[in-house]
Design a binder for this molecule. Structure first.
Ligand code: ADP
Ligand code: MG
Length: 698
């Protein structure tokens, strides 16, 4: 296959290929479209389509697809072949500019949350030239946005691109105020660290809960879990190493900058981190990464679990969204600069993020809300459901000095006057950084750590980009045209710090006392579940902000709220049904069989010697029997809870009933079954245990 640098990006129609295959004029116009969003005319599109097709065919492709990200959270594709019949009875391979620019998948089965009446089945996909086309198998995949004919976004890419545009617009206004006339655009960039579990295919196949829901719904704690801390950064097992090697190759061919991989805290848990890139490309790449992880795992007889909480009592999987903003010239706007003026600019962007995170805590929480992630947020392993910011002691002290017009501790200057004084050098060492914060400043970027491992990163970045665009807009509105820019800037930074410092928290976010302090003293929001937070998507302040930046229309927001809550309800109902089924048809019968055999053993012992007490057998049979009775009761109660959902008037009330009734009954049933597992002989238990699953890959 050659060296990595030879095959890196070999399946991508990237800039190198465009330059080599397109006429100079066509290449020039396409570049303008990519870099500056200039509309593409059809003659250019035709030329690009032609070159793309020839290139794809040379790589063995026979089909093309508009690859898009509907609101299901995964990706969708419908393949069309390049073949067109020729008059002589043969075929020619064709692909037009029109086919490149626009497609019409039958959209009727994708969730639209009421945006598209089902009779209006058609939606259309539109090429996103800023994300390169690539080849998967024998198909040329063209990244596209997905909209209804009414113009509503039915996907995650469209609002993401809109949020990037909003941020670009407002950030440029700020840069101009600082005298930067050269930056053409400002983009957010993301490096998402992806966690996952690997288990054997054979064991996976034996567990209906894993197959139907992606997580284990039963399972007693194994004798050994993660308490020894011997897995984190430990030696990678040969089978896992082989998986990682092939995964890297596949990702590299697709131009995905997979960079680091290591074992995570839990047994069988691993992480992959790419080098960061522009947000919409990072989003496409993360979707592809998740898909390829699962495919490559299957080739190795493994299953890659992307669920947020596949195992109770063992760390779940998240995704760290490392986020920053930079100019087209490569200036990172969240990196402290060398000169006083650059520092003032940095502080303003920093303040914009602090303000954004505080004003839109709810939107950030909502952006990561799923039934799966609810198991992590607030458990002692992932950041809490309360959003706060970690800045580190030094940067916090700098902000405090500015706020109070007092000398910064350790600096020689008497006062921190922005634009005049050099910002003191604060520690940028990341080794001792706080890993419990949901939103941590890590030297030149923020790390948003609340995302679940299966989440599309689109939602979090849509909210982040939009909220920061809003802060910047408020700043630009205030600062444009003032006489004394420096004083106005200084005052504004001071005001931001004063108004929003309650969101800054440098302590341990996992601490129970923090949650109390956060809500009672700091007045921060604590939406524990999806059912709690999702309806707030439609709060007036959120709708106003998102519609004013044209990221979502109100109808689009309503549809998203509906779809997310519906997804929450369906996910949990499927889990509950799976539990009922497993308890009735697998677990209870297994316990019964074991109890019957134990009773038989006691009877035959007594037949041999009537004086034997058989206390062990009698006691065990009694315990097993009590447990099967309890399981039967709990199954019935869970079934009743599920039936009562019929009384819900709408998705909001259904989600509340699920949160309050169904989830409780599920955990009660689980407790009874898990207890039975610990006293039932292993060869009777109907599926692999936690010990088997977590330590099964060698
Ligand atoms: P850790 O596990 O310590 O959090 P990693 O090195 O695994 O750190 O991940 C850091 C991630 O942050 C990488 O994906 C990296 O590319 C990304 N990153 C670094 N700089 C930026 C930036 N300016 N913008 C966005 N992401 C960045
Ligand atoms: Mg990290």
């Amino acid at each position: 296959m050659g060296t990595v640098s030879e095959y890196f990006g070999s399946l991508v129609f990237d800039d190198r290929v465009m330059k080599a295959t397109l006429p100079a004029k066509v290449y020039g116009s396409l570049r303008k479209t990519i870099d500056e969003g200039i509309q593409l005319d059809i003659s250019v599109a035709n030329a690009v389509a032609d070159a793309m097709k020839d290139w794809a065919i040379s790589k063995g492709a026979t089909h093309f697809t508009h690859w898009f990200q509907p609101l299901t959270g995964i990706t969708a594709e419908k393949h069309d072949s390049f073949i067109t019949p020729s008059p002589d009875g043969g075929v020619i391979m064709e692909f037009s500019g029109k086919e490149l620019i626009q497609g019409e998948p039958d959209a009727s089965s994708f969730p639209s949350g009421g945006l598209r009446a089902t009779f209006e089945a058609r939606g259309y996909t539109a090429w996103d030239p800023t994300s390169y086309a690539f080849i998967k198998g024998k198909t040329l995949c063209i990244p596209t946005a997905f909209c209804s004919y009414g113009g509503h976004a039915l996907d995650k890419k469209t609002p993401l691109l809109r949020s990037m545009e909003a941020l670009n617009k407002q950030a440029l206004r700020i840069l101009r105020l600082f005298g930067n006339d050269t930056a053409k655009c400002v983009r957010s960039s993301v490096g998402p660290e992806q966690e996952y579990f690997l288990i054997t295919q054979e064991m996976y196949d034996q567990r209906p809960d894993l197959r139907f829901t992606g997580r284990t719904l039963f399972g007693a704690k194994p004798p050994k879990g993660q308490e020894m801390d011997d897995h984190y950064f430990g030696v990678i097992k040969p089978r896992v190493a082989a998986f990682m090697e092939e995964l890297n190759e596949e990702l590299w061919k697709l131009g995905i900058l997979a960079k680091t991989e290591h074992n995570e805290v839990a047994p069988a848990q691993h992480e992959l981190a790419p080098i960061y890139t522009t947000t919409n490309i990072a989003t496409d790449h993360n979707q592809l990464t998740m898909e390829i992880m699962q495919k490559v795992a299957a080739k190795h007889g493994l299953v890659c679990l992307l669920h947020e909480k596949p195992f109770a009592g063992v760390n779940g999987s998240g995704k760290h969204n490392n986020w920053s903003i930079a100019t087209d010239g490569g200036q990172n706007l969240l990196s402290p600069g060398e000169t006083p003026y650059e520092n003032a600019q940095f502080l303003l962007f920093l303040c914009a993020v602090i303000k954004a995170v505080d004003d839109y805590q709810d939107l950030l929480r909502i952006s990561v809300a799923t039934a799966g992630n609810d198991h992590r947020l607030g458990a002692n392993e992932a950041p809490p459901a309360v959003v706060s910011i970690f800045l580190g002691d030094e940067l916090s002290a700098v902000l405090e000095a500015i706020e109070t017009d007092t000398p910064y501790h350790g600096a020689e200057k008497t006062q921190m006057k922005l634009g005049v004084d050099v910002l003191p050098r604060f520690n940028r060492d990341t080794t001792d950084r706080n890993r419990t914060s949901p939103f941590a400043f890590t030297g030149n970027k923020f790390e948003f750590r609340m995302l679940g491992s299966s989440n599309s990163i689109a939602c979090a970045n849509i909210m982040l980009n939009s909220a920061v665009a809003e802060s910047l807009k408020i700043y630009a509105d205030r600062l444009e045209g003032v006489d004394d820019f420096e004083t106005a800037l200084h005052e504004m930074i001071k005001k931001t710090i004063k108004d929003h410092k309650h969101i800054i928290f440098n302590g341990n976010g996992y601490d129970e006392s923090w949650i109390k302090e956060a809500t009672e003293k700091h007045g921060l929001l604590n939406y524990r579940t999806t059912a709690d937070c999702m309806p707030h998507l439609l709060d007036k302040k959120n709708v106003d902000m998102l519609t004013s930046h044209k990221v979502f229309s109100e109808a689009e927001l309503k549809s998203r709220c509906e779809i997310m809550l519906d997804n929450y309800c369906k996910t949990i109902v499927i889990e509950a049904n799976t539990m009922v089924n497993m308890a009735k048809t697998q677990i209870a019968p297994a316990i019964e069989a074991y109890a019957a055999d134990v009773a038989k053993a006691a009877a035959s012992k007594k037949a041999l010697d009537a004086s034997l007490a058989c206390t062990y057998e009698m006691g065990l049979v009694k315990k097993l029997s009590t447990l099967t009775d309890r399981i039967a009761v709990k199954v019935e109660e869970l079934e009743d809870a599920l039936l009562s959902l019929n009384q819900a008037d709408d998705t909001v009330s259904e989600s509340v009933m699920i949160r309050d009734k169904v989830l409780t009954k599920m955990s009660e049933l689980r407790v009874a079954c898990d207890e039975a597992e610990t006293i039932t002989a292993k060869n009777y238990w109907p599926f692999p245990t936690y010990g088997d699953l977590l330590f099964g890959v060698r």
